[in-house]
Ligand binder design. Structure first.
Ligand code: SDX
Length: 431
């Protein structure tokens, strides 16, 4: 719900123009500048969208200064303790936590779609065995639109729902198949008698040759990791999904675009980059030189897992991820894990350093997630794939909200042109 409370006046070349200012339910107000170009002939300029609200949304709220994260109004700290991932999926998509009957219906509907079309297996065989899993995910998820012609009419609510359920249900299968393909083991079919996260662990680590029962402590840890990564307001990959969806592209193609964007090391690829960085640092005695590099303007090195566009305080997900790390490492008897101890030391040193304090650079969700995923047996290259698995519900919920928004228009930003003035083509001999 937005209410207009006051106006903002912009004066340019002596001419003043008023714009409405809207308030949401919590968080910063917005200046509605949609009429700016028509009234003044000028654009706003905001590369990276640091001061731009691209949409209205009621799904996720972040207070970067306080380090708060709410999914549909519920604090992430409470959801991570009291709910499971499918419950949070229901919440993000529908706006309310499910009662028992709604939860049972939801989980049953998801379980009926955990298998992929048997033809899809052939897509994997087109990749090299050492293909990065994110390359496989972009290709295979995009290819889903070639299999589900029965649910591509984005204006049909039932099509939107079944596409959402298919994506939530199939992402674990697709991600686990990418892992099995990488290591040359046979694909494991889903087991619908298991919970969502236990089934994923089964498809990842079971083999036809032996009985495998997922460790419940590790399953709970994975489920919490999925909850922490489920949605995060208008981040780069979510904005990619919204922009793709604004043209009317089908949901499978939009999610594939989101996966491609998430892959970048500045975004979802940071967990993989962070673990590689910790392995490269190797020992606490070398932390100082890496902190120095991170502060050096002439060195492109950044401390991976630190900093955030919105959080100028501790990312609440990082705190929960660190607790989960402790639980998993203790369960596995790895509490002396050298990388975890190095991460704790690195965090301590960085948070006492003036540069990081002044720039408000705190650990983000990616700082500890790599360590806990490695302890769960997930290969480094697959960390971002797990992030994509979790974020699929966030992308779907945001895509769904955009499709239902009467103000939704195709996204088409403008530019500040700094190129050549108009000129005539000269014959090749005269160039
Ligand atoms: C995710 O948006 C989301 O919500 C994303 C996410 C989600 O759930 O969807 O939260 C997931 O992507 C988390 C972020 C993961 N990325 C990393 O950990 C990579 C390392 N972090 C940086 O690349 C950076 O902090 C970003 C990309 C996360 C944020 O970049 P911004 O907001 O554009 O800020 P910036 O790069 O302009 O940095 C501000 C200053 C700069 O110095 P000055 O030019 O002002 O002198 O801080 C410096 C930066 O050089 N800085 C760092 C740093 N991060 C920022 N210096 C050293 N190490 C770092 N990690």
């Amino acid at each position: 719900m937005t209410t207009q409370q006051r106006t903002a006046t912009l004066t340019i070349d002596g001419k003043s123009v008023d714009f409405p200012v809207y308030s949401g339910s919590i968080g910063p107000d917005v200046i509605d500048i949609r009429s700016l170009y028509g009234k003044t002939g000028t654009f706003t300029y905001d590369p990276g969208f640091q001061s731009t609200a691209a949409c209205k949304s009621s799904i996720t709220y972040i207070d970067g200064d306080k380090g708060e994260l709410l999914y549909r109004g519920y604090p992430i700290e409470q959801l991570a303790v009291h709910c499971d991932f499918l419950e949070v999926c229901y919440l993000l998509k529908n706006g309310e936590l499910p009662n028992q009957a709604q939860y049972d219906d939801w989980t049953n509907r998801v379980k009926r779609h955990t298998m992929v079309h048997e033809q899809l297996v052939r897509f994997y065989q087109g990749f090299r065995r050492d293909a990065h899993p994110m390359a496989i995910l972009v290709g295979v998820v995009g290819a889903l639109s070639a299999f589900y012609h029965d649910s591509l009419d984005i204006n049909n609510p039932e099509h939107r729902l079944v596409a959402a359920i298919r994506l939530i249900a199939k992402m674990p299968t697709i991600v686990a198949m990418a892992y099995k393909y990488n290591i040359g083991q046979p694909f494991m079919y889903p087991r619908n008698d298991l919970s969502y996260s236990a089934n994923f662990m089964h498809m990842m680590f079971a083999t036809p040759a032996e009985k495998y029962e997922p460790n419940p402590v590790l399953v709970r840890a994975l489920d919490r990791i999925l909850i922490l990564h489920a949605d995060h307001e208008q981040n780069a990959s979510t904005s990619t999904v919204r922009l793709s969806g604004s043209s009317g592209a089908n949901p499978f193609a939009c999610i594939a675009a989101g996966i491609a964007c998430l892959w970048g090391p500045a975004h979802g690829g940071a967990n993989e980059a962070c673990l590689k960085m910790l392995e490269e640092i190797g020992d606490v005695s070398r932390v100082g030189q890496y902190i120095k590099r991170a502060k050096d303007k002439n060195d492109s090195f950044k401390l991976m897992g630190f900093g955030h566009r919105v959080y100028k305080n501790y990312d609440p997900r990082a705190k929960l991820m660190r607790e989960t790390c402790h639980e998993v490492l203790n369960e596995l008897g790895l509490h002396d894990d050298p990388l975890f101890k190095l991460a704790i030391e690195l965090e301590k040193i960085a948070l006492e350093d003036d540069y990081f304090v002044e720039k408000k650079l705190y650990p983000n969700v990616d700082f500890y997630s790599g360590i806990v995923q490695r302890a769960l047996g997930i290969p480094t290259q697959l960390f971002t794939g797990i992030f994509a698995l979790a974020r699929t519900i966030g992308w779907i919920a945001q895509w769904h909200e955009m499709i239902g928004d009467p103000e939704n228009k195709i996204g088409r930003p403008r530019q500040l042109y700094v190129g050549a003035q108009q000129r005539d083509v000269q014959p090749m001999a005269n160039r």
